[in-house]
Structure formats: C-alpha cells, structure tokens
Design a protein. Structure first.
Length: 377
C-alpha cells in the first residue's frame, strides 16, 4: 500500500534525495489542493472544538500532505469521500484500516489515506498550543519584504566535508543552518535597527504573506522564513558579523519538530516553521536579515520555480515582532552607513557632530563669505 503513495516529500519540500536536518515532515498544498483551501485554514483555540473538514481522497492526487489543526485535547473529524483505507503506521508496518464515512484524529496522529484510484495522501493532525510570550515588551512590529526583483547572496557551501549536500552553518554556528545548492544562492532583505539598552531580545516571525501550505494556501518558500541578526552585515561575507539566527520555532521549547501552531490571540496563529530567536544584545546598531531557508536564487524567485516546485512569483514578506526591555529597540541606521547608498532609510539618523563644533563651522563659513569679493554680473 505504501508503494502506491504519490510524490511524498519528507524533507523540507525539496526534491526527493536531499537529506536535510531533522527529517522534518513538511506540508505542501499544490494547485490541485487549492480548491479545498478554505477547509484547511487553521482554527484558533476559541473556535476550534469540534473541528470538521470534508476530504475527497480522489481530489488529492497532487497534494501529498494535508495538515489539520485542533487545540490541545481537541479532535478533528474528517468527513471522507472516495476513501477506501487508512494506513495508520506509514513509516513502519503497513496497517490498513477500512474507512467508513468519518475519521476522527487527535493532535499528533498521522497516516496515509488512500482513494479508490489507489492514490494516497499523508494526513497529519497538528496541535494549537498556547504561545510562549516573550520577555519584556513588544517594541517593534515590522513587515520585512523580499521584493519581486530580489537581492541575492551566496551563503556558502556545505559545512560537512563528508556531505556536499548538507547545510551551511552561517558564521560556523550550528543553529544558523541554511540549505545549500549548486549555487548556494539565497534571496534576502534587510531591516536596520538600533538597540539602546543591553538586555535579552526576542525576534519572532508571526506569519508570512503568502501564508503557505500550513494555512491552506499554495506552497511558497517564505512559509519557511529564516532570520539572522548581524552586528555588521556585508552580503558578500555572510559568515562575518553574525550575532545569531534561527530557522524554526519548532526547534525551540522542546517542540522537537512537532506539527503545531501557537495561538497569539485575536484569531492569529503562528505556525511552527516561523523563525524564533532570543539573544542578548548590547547597545549599538544591528541588521536583521530575512531570507528563505531554501537556497533560492534571484532568478528562481522571479520565475516562481524551485527544485521542480512552482510558487507564485512576486514580492513576499514576513511579519516580525521584536521584544525586549522598555525603550530598548527601534528602527535605525548607523551614522557611518548613511553615506554608503542603497541602504533602507529606516528610522531617524543620530548626528555625531557636537553642537558647538557645528556652530563654529557655520560662523567660519559666514566670515569667509563676507571676505569673498562679490561676483560681478
């Protein structure tokens, strides 16, 4: 029965054969699944019990993974059509269970449902959990956008000399792993910030636009956003100046790559593949870098095609929240960076010129003007 399952990707939505970190099961909802997108939108804890979805197994041939969410202790009921069996142990012994008209699942359950045409889809049930509220105050909320015509950087080759397809550790940090490829190119965008107080700061991505397959929309690479914070950022040397970074919330808090969302309230849920990064910062200027975990070049981004998977081309963004001590962080560009050109004009610029010295220069200029002979016309 397992051999009949079509095009199942178990590693980061990349082509089969790439062995990547933690063998994560990733959700993909391709074009054929868009017709039931409204059924897959994650409910919040306030309205999620009970949760019912309609599933036609024969309509899912191009959607290898379907994910449904329920709050802790809740259940999900699937109303099934054209489904003939449920494989409850997809990664071990194939156990076929006849399917009637409904299937009740709990967060953490998963398995293959097969249709009358013998095609199958992986169904997994995720959990909606309470959020881990960051310490301090919410200081800044900002959409960081990778434009349709994106910049790119070469993140570097595999950090494992024995595996050329392994991930690259930015700055040599194992928590800063990004995918590699034939070119190792990644599209990116930046946000400049100013830290005024030393302390602990949390950077978290609370959602992306497009939202991606976890929310019932078509796959988009920015559904797996990656964040890095630099004390000094040079895109030609992405290993230098890195303070730290993170790829997935599901690597934090003992989640161990579970399928889940955190409920942020007001109908907002944060899916487990959004980045979540906590670090101690000293006063100064920093650069927040957004990129995709996948190694996607600017040309692939523009074309909307990567590794045999298509996605909607164009601008895409991730909304970040930044938390920390009161008044500790704002947007801002280091004064020395203002004359370089090409940098984002975010926030005000602090002048480093003492007022008395500036007044002296103004006075000297006025004296020179008085001494200069008048121009004759």
């Amino acid at each position: 029965m397992l051999g009949s399952v079509k095009s199942i990707r178990l590693h980061r939505d990349l082509p089969i054969g790439r062995t990547l970190k933690n063998t994560k099961i990733r959700s993909i909802a391709l074009a054929a699944v868009v017709s039931i997108a409204t059924l897959l939108i994650a409910p919040t804890a306030a309205n999620a019990a009970p949760v019912n979805y309609n599933v036609d197994c024969d309509a899912q041939n191009n959607g290898p993974t379907l994910t449904y969410y329920a709050p802790t202790g809740g259940t999900v009921t699937l109303n099934l059509t054209n489904c003939v069996s449920f494989v409850s142990d997809p990664f071990g012994t194939a156990v076929e269970t006849p399917v009637t008209t409904t299937l009740v699942g709990h967060p953490g359950d998963y398995g293959f449902i097969t249709g009358v045409n013998t095609q199958g889809v992986l169904v997994q049930f995720g959990e909606i959990k309470a959020q881990h509220t960051p310490t301090g105050e919410l200081l800044l909320t900002k959409n960081v956008t990778i434009p349709a015509t994106a910049k790119e950087l070469n993140a570097g080759p595999s950090s494992d000399p024995n595996d050329p397809q392994a991930e690259h550790n930015l700055g040599g940090k194992v928590e800063c792993q990004v995918a590699t490829s034939d070119t190792n190119l990644h599209v990116y965008s930046t946000l400049n910030i100013k830290v005024s107080k030393s302390g602990s700061y949390t950077f978290r991505g609370i959602g992306s636009t497009p939202a991606g397959s976890a929310y019932g929309e078509a796959y988009h690479p920015l559904q797996d956003s990656f964040i890095a914070v630099y004390s000094s950022f040079d895109p030609t040397k992405p290993d230098d100046g890195i303070v730290g970074c993170n790829d997935d919330l599901n690597d934090q808090f003992g989640y161990n790559n579970a399928v889940f969302m955190e409920d942020l309230g007001n109908g907002v849920t944060m899916e487990g593949h959004q980045p979540y990064f906590v670090t101690t910062l000293q006063p100064g200027y920093y650069t927040v870098v957004l990129m995709t975990w996948d190694a996607i070049s600017a040309a692939e981004w523009t074309a909307g095609s990567y590794g045999g998977t298509t996605f909607a081309p164009g601008a895409a963004s991730t909304k970040f929240e930044m938390w920390g001590p009161t008044g500790g962080l704002t947007e801002g560009v280091a004064p020395a960076e203002t004359n370089k050109g090409g940098l984002a004009d975010t926030g005000s610029i602090d002048s480093s010129l003492p007022l008395a010295f500036a007044s002296l220069i103004s006075f000297a200029g006025a004296v020179l003007l008085m001494r200069r002979p008048r121009r004759r016309y």
